[in-house]
Design a protein around this ligand. Structure first.
Ligand SMILES: Cc1ncc(COP(=O)(O)O)c(C=O)c1O
Length: 367
């Protein structure tokens, strides 16, 4: 099969002229780091997310890291999060000198199981860091209620979920929102990029300093900061694509519908859920099957792309053994790591390509 798991070149070729003009304008402006195009994008992205402000940074990882710092997270603090996510979620916590404390996932949505959060609280807990995995919002009403009750900060990992909604509100508008613009994301640029959304002017002030070497005023370094600025070329690309994000999400959702329709009769497959009150953005279309490796290999042998996000839960990763977790500690996450399989879902995927992928899966199950 000729299709890739993800192919951004299709989207870019549709936008070739607009992107070329936007990039040329940046080249001719002579201003390549931050600047007007970044500020314009920040305003447009905040408006899209329904927040007062947004601050551009160099990546999604930095967005989580700087959001945690701006929220006051320090050495010794504990942050409750999911063990079933990309490693960047916990790297950002560790960069602050804080400790990730895992609450297992809910098996149908793959997001943090909110009923397990309060059992993980200690007098060191300072924040909850839900991840809107695969583009589906975590249960933000319950998470915000727990946070309020225990006076905790909430930082949302929205890397995979730009545009996702929970009870009519966009993700990133509940707590501090951390977004990634890595090319495979719902809204992707031509390299690394990220954004933090917030209603708080105080947080914005702190983020502006943190992303720029800790200065609130040029060459006055009131705190130790970082070099984490969004560059103008990435912002120019994102400004072209942001007005089209809703169309891209529509196409992702249509693709998901086609998969569901084609695969719903295969009883061995659990299809992704979209709980009432959520709008799934299908950054990934992830099915669940007991004998995952056999189907994965069958598809691989026929050049049909599929991916495993993620094969090892974070509490079992080698680099994080110092935290003292062992196999069996997060049973739902460990079951998911052995059973998930993501199928291509990018917006420009053609109906006949999805049909071909589904036909191969059906053949595997003799349907
Ligand atoms: C859930 C999650 N968090 C954080 C990140 C980090 O984003 P970035 O690659 O832009 O640093 C990613 C990116 O893959 C992600 O999927």
């Amino acid at each position: 099969m000729a299709v890739n798991f993800f192919d951004i070149t299709r989207q870019n070729s549709e936008l070739k002229d607009k992107l070329s003009i936007a990039i040329s304008n940046v080249i001719n402006s002579g201003r390549y780091i931050l600047g007007q195009v970044v500020s314009d994008l920040e305003k447009e992205f905040a408006k899209y997310c329904g927040t007062k402000h947004a601050v551009g940074v160099a990546s999604g990882t930095d967005a989580i890291h700087l959001a945690l710092r701006a929220a006051g997270i320090k050495t010794g603090d504990e942050i409750i999060t999911s063990p079933f996510t990309f490693v960047a979620t916990i790297e950002a916590i560790v960069y602050c000198g804080a400790t990730p404390v895992f609450a297992d996932i809910e098996p149908k949505t793959f997001n943090i199981d909110v009923s397990k959060i309060e059992g993980k609280l200690s007098n060191k807990t300072k924040a909850i860091l839900p991840v809107h995995l695969y583009g589906l919002a975590a249960e933000m009403d319950k998470i915000m209620a727990i946070a309020k009750k225990h006076n905790l900060k909430v930082i949302e990992d929205c890397a995979q979920a730009a545009g996702a909604e929970f009870q009519g509100k966009k993700v990133g508008s509940f707590g501090l929102g951390a977004f990634s613009f890595f090319p495979t994301k719902n809204l992707g640029c031509f390299g690394d990029g990220g954004m933090i959304t917030t209603d708080s002017e105080e947080i914005v002030k702190e983020l502006l300093a943190l992303r720029n070497h800790g200065c609130h005023q040029t060459y006055h370094h009131e705190e130790i900061g970082f070099n984490s600025r969004l560059d103008a070329l990435q912002a120019a690309v994102l400004k072209v694509k942001l007005p089209l994000l809703e169309n891209y999400l529509f196409s992702r959702r249509e693709n998901a519908k086609q998969y569901v329709e084609a695969l719903k009769e295969i009883k061995e497959i659990s299809l992704p859920e979209e709980p009432q009150g959520t709008k799934h953005t299908y950054n990934q279309f992830t099915i669940r099957i007991e004998d995952r490796d056999a189907l994965h290999k069958y598809l691989q042998d026929r050049n049909i792309p599929s991916m495993v996000y993620y094969p090892i839960s974070l509490h079992l990763q080698e680099a994080y053994q110092f935290m003292g977790y062992k196999p069996g500690d997060m049973p739902e996450s460990e079951a998911a790591q052995n059973q998930v399989l993501s199928l291509p879902i990018f917006p420009e995927l053609e109906q006949k390509e999805i049909a071909e992928i589904c036909a191969a899966i059906k053949k595997f199950y003799n349907k």
